[in-house]
Design a protein around this ligand. Sequence first.
Ligand code: ANZ
Ligand code: ZN
Length: 872
Amino acid sequence: MSGERYNPREMEPKWQKVWDERQSFVSSNDDPREPYYVLEMFPYPSGRIHMGHVRNYSMGDVVARYYRAKGKNVLHPMGWDAFGLPAENAAIERKTHPGTWTRANIATMRTQLKSMGLAIDWTREIATCEPEYYKHQQSMFIDMMEAGLVTRKQSKVNWDPVDMTVLANEQVIDGKGWRSGAPVEQRELTQWFFKISDMAEELLDGLDGLTEWPEKVRVMQRNWIGKSEGLRLLFEVIASDKTNTTSLEVFTTRPDTIFGASFLALSADHPLTTQLAAGNPELTEFIAECHRQGTATETLEKADKKGVFTGLHVKHPVIEGATLPVYVANFVLMDYGTGAIFGCPAHDQRDLDFARKYDLAVIPVVLPTGADAASYAVGTEAGTEPGTIYNSGFLDGLTVDAAKKAIGEHFAARSVDGQPQGKVEINYRLRDWGVSRQRYWGAPIPVIHCEVCGTIPVPKKDLPVVLPDDVSFDKPGNALDHHPTWKHVNCPQCGGEARRETDTMDTFVDSSWYFARFTAPQADTPTIPEVANRWLPVDQYIGGVEHAILHLLYSRYFTRAMKATGHVGLDEPFKGLFTQGMVTHETYKSEAGEWVNPTEVLFDTTGDERTGKHINSGAPITIGSIEKMSKSKKNVVDPDEIVATYGADTARWFMLSDSPPERDFQWTEAGVEGASRFQQRVWRLLGETIEIIKQSSGIVRTSDDAEGLALRKIVHRAVHSVGADIEGLRFNRAVAQIYELTNALVRSAGIAAAAPAARLGALEEGVERLIQLLAPMMPHLAETCWVELGRSGLVADAPWPAVDASLLVDDTVTLPIQINGKRRGEVTVAKGMPAAEVEKLVLSMDEITRILDGKAPKKIVIVPDRIVNVVV
Ligand code: ANZ
Ligand code: ZN
């Protein structure tokens, strides 16, 4: 082996085959060892894997391989989130079937993932688009219907007039469809919903127990659920010929600001708005505008705050004789609170923007702590800091919380229209989960509509409701609905003519339970509860922060729904969560301002500034900012090319080496080359030491050889820290430890074969440990080295090395060695080693005898534990 370069292209496929044949990573449900479940978010089969996948799966793989070595029964599966819109779009563009496109992508991506050498149990592979999977989802849908967790209701949906489909709020960007770019319209449709809002409180409480989740994700979930304690407050409407309504109810979380109120605003869909719109063209047009705008949170935040005055006024509830105008405003939603608000411009940004536009009063009523009442004023930013209530009559001087309580009691004791004027109410921003999609490529919702019997579930014996293959995408909209025969069925109850539901399920449903299916992927029930309960919750879930809200919340809900229907026995699916950062790369532009791919740029680093030119034309290229890898900016690096050039181990190692894994990771050519050099360095180290190691009679546990002992300490400390760093998911620090260990071993590699047995043993131990520590990260290289070292079996099957705790105690010192006043080296010795012993050791060191070149030193001065001075 020595002298030859390590060839990953040859070794990597070889080891992948060996692992495959030996079924090394297949895990058994009957294994009595302690289970450990590590899972990376499964990919959407878009076509090819990208560097984000490589990073995600490299991390998960380190965890999987590490806990295997630690003796756990590790479950590390892989599957495909295979339903969804892109397959239909591709089918339309390429005139293929979405299934053909999807399955071909899966085949490609599976090969790509396999080339990374991941320790995955491929026998458990699932694809959500296969009837073997979605049949169980349909069966659980029926269970959920029967358990009262599902409802069907009319609801406003975002309608994409080009894609002819309902869009989730998140799919509406700036009021336009995320794919088509067409302005989104509002439509009323009867939709299927999971009643997730019933579980809002539980889902909120559950967050407290998720101590192994990033705090930022818990905060995002909390905000999404959006619990607010507020007050329903009645305002008396001043008599008018426009309506006979006598009172208006608003919902507020800030009743303490009531003295700062300057208007009321209704939603465009409020019943009173509808009533007032009859015969009011201005209002009618405004309502239409609101509908065009949509109700996506993001759109609402960005949109100009606008409104129309209704002509109505209400009595101010605490200021005698004062009145407030009533508007219809575009930022008030019908399905939150009561669909009506009171505006306090001084302390709410939306209200402030609105008040400035319509010239309404801005009365500050909360004085920020430390501010001066005489000079405090609100400009363009609403005051949201804590402070003391002022300008507020009987509330003056109270804190915000105390004022909320006082005003609550005040309104509770009064009545309007024969009811208490104020009622405390808890509200959640979380809305029910609409799961109906008017799309072909999804799991069919298993119900049948019969004019006589109503809406009834498909009998379980008739599951799965399989998607028909013979569909056409020539017409826009739902191909299922257009299918000539599929939807026409007989009613399972009365036998009469009936119609199948043509809505399919939101793909978030598919991904809300796949982690449970992995525990028994071939079972003929959705789960085998005992088996699922043994493996779940997932010990470590790893994925992108972009899924921090919806996917995780839906999975948490669905797990509870599965518990309620007897499929699992737990509430929380993911015990540990890790959200990795993105993979970024420099961007490049041509003179014409077009993005240029990194492989087309030739760099010149000779000058002060790094410059680039086009590889073919030589035209100058501008080096731009570092951005998330994306096809649109062409700053992507193809994992296949990297694996072909450098090998999978190098890609994995580089991905793990830089920046903490939760941060963004910048892919650079220099970085991947450095990783590749390190791979060769390990290989060379083995080549240089293998002959010496073969003379070693084994690892000597007790060592009276100071150098040997010092090396053993470095080795054991590395084993200890790398283990701790992997457990803490600090992969970059684990890598740094391994670099240091390698350096120490390279330094020690020079020792002559004649060195004491203890030192040889330490070297042997060090090299063996290095290979074991590398194994989770560079598994192919590690297997190759393991064989070279003469070890039997696979390093993948070797237990994680034990640490000798006595070697972790720091009882050594490193002394600099000076020769004629110049520092020429150092020696690590036991603390307090007598001068005579240090002298003997120093004079035996290769590097020192080389410098002395046969001359005897004139004088040696040793300050114990401090320094060695040699005069020649
Ligand atoms: C008066 C007020 C004064 C408000 C103030 C805020 C600040 P959270 O906390 O997110 O639940 N609101 C109530 N119903 C609404 C609806 N259907 N559409 C839009 N906005 C609505 O938000 C509650 C606050 O949002 C409520 O408290 C109300 O404005 C507004 F200085 O009432 B507030
Ligand atoms: Zn019927």
